[in-house]
Design a protein. Structure first.
Length: 351
């Protein structure tokens, strides 16, 4: 009797201990997972060589002007050195040349700066334009006093399976919420002046989606739409779905504003109130399944022809990054580069 009692007591203690261990294990795994991918804070540099924080950039003031163009570089850096490739440089140079009275911001989410003696010809090329600015962006600080402040702190974004592209999705809406202006992807070439467009626009990609390779939100009505986008992100963010948080957000918000799911109808003047959904040819004339058309000689004429009325050429880096060109390649992309980003072309060997 007595022995049995002791036995069952031991068993109970063991079960209790077992449960405690399981709970601790779950907490441990969760917390490791929690931090594992916040690669922007992988290294904290204290050598004073990180680019100036964006909050200290005197050109960038809240709602002071909508002549802002934002590019976000959201890859993780393990060496703290500024890196930009030729195609990214071409996007920035073409935007800077085409819009000399706009300020162009390239904002890095990793703490990068000038940390070694190796020359950085593309960086020098871009900074030779008076209107191009490079800054470091600390996401936590950037989101303070915005609707995303608590959400950024809870770390959902850093647990995403696509941290780099989801961070870029989030930041484009956040920058436009904070400052107003125009966001652009780093895989575009700017072919025309922004000032020709009526304020508040994005481009249709199909009859189902409005894409977000370029977005302009300005003035009060632009800020309201940016606010709806941030709230949609908070509600619908999904770290497992690549496209949900970029085009998904703006498309859902516009479905609400315009009262239709049909993007063709959204393009009709007035349907989306103060917002303009631009026709497919304006921004995504060459759609992603055709991305080779920028990079193969056989399509040179066709591609240039199809871009003749476009604001940007979007080259679909996700699909095309592995295609390497030289500056002598007789393809549409290099023709555009010659015309719209000549200094980048001279400073590059490969594209
Ligand atoms: C963060 O740093 C660790 C340790 O150096 C490294 O193993 C890991 O790959 C880094 N993570 C990213 C995403 O760069
Ligand atoms: C980023 O900003 C947060 C909030 O101000 C601060 O706690 C953190 O130390 C900053 N991180 C870096 C790497 O500067
Ligand atoms: C492209 O156009 C140029 C001049 O417009 C012409 O000389 C050339 O033959 C065309 N190339 C092709 C492949 O159609």
């Amino acid at each position: 009797m007595n022995l049995r009692y002791i036995n069952s007591n031991i068993i109970r203690k063991r079960i209790f201990l077992f449960l405690v261990i399981i709970v601790l294990l779950i907490i441990f795994v969760y917390s490791v997972r929690n931090d594992a991918k916040n690669c922007f804070l992988n290294y904290t540099w204290t050598d004073g060589k990180t680019l100036q924080d964006v909050s200290k950039n005197i050109h960038l003031k809240t709602h002071s002007s909508s002549k802002n163009i934002f590019f976000h570089e959201t890859s993780c850096s393990n060496d703290g050195i500024i890196k930009i490739n030729s195609r990214q440089a071409c996007a920035i140079e073409s935007a800077a040349r085409m819009n000399p009275d706009y300020n162009i911001y390239l904002l890095f989410t990793s703490q990068v700066g000038y940390r070694n003696e190796t020359p950085l010809p593309l960086v020098d090329t871009l900074l030779s334009y008076h209107n191009v600015h490079f800054n470091y962006l600390n996401i936590t600080r950037y989101a303070e006093s915005t609707p995303l402040a608590d959400w950024i702190k809870n770390g959902d974004l850093f647990r995403s399976s696509y941290v780099t592209s989801h961070t870029s999705d989030v930041l484009r809406y956040l920058s436009l919420w904070k400052y107003g202006g125009t966001y652009m992807d780093l895989d575009i070439v700017m072919l025309d002046k922004l000032s020709k467009q009526k304020p508040n626009y994005a481009g249709a990609e199909s009859n189902k989606f409005v894409a977000v390779g370029i977005i302009n939100f300005e003035g009060e009505s632009g800020h309201e739409i940016a606010d709806m986008c941030l709230r949609d992100l908070l509600k619908n963010f999904n770290g497992e779905d690549w496209g949900n948080n970029g085009p998904g957000v703006l498309t859902r918000v516009l479905q609400k504003i315009c009262g239709t799911k049909d993007v063709m109808k959204m393009m009709i003047d007035g349907v989306c109130k103060n917002f303009n959904v631009l026709p497919i040819e304006k921004c995504y004339s060459i759609r992603w399944p055709e991305h080779r058309k920028f990079f193969e000689e056989a399509f040179l004429n066709e591609t240039l022809e199809r871009l003749s009325d476009s604001l940007i050429a979007h080259v679909w880096n996700k699909h095309s990054a592995a295609t390497v060109l030289t500056k002598e390649s007789n393809v549409a992309y290099i023709h555009l580069a010659k015309k719209y980003c000549p200094k980048t072309l001279s400073a590059s060997e490969f594209f």
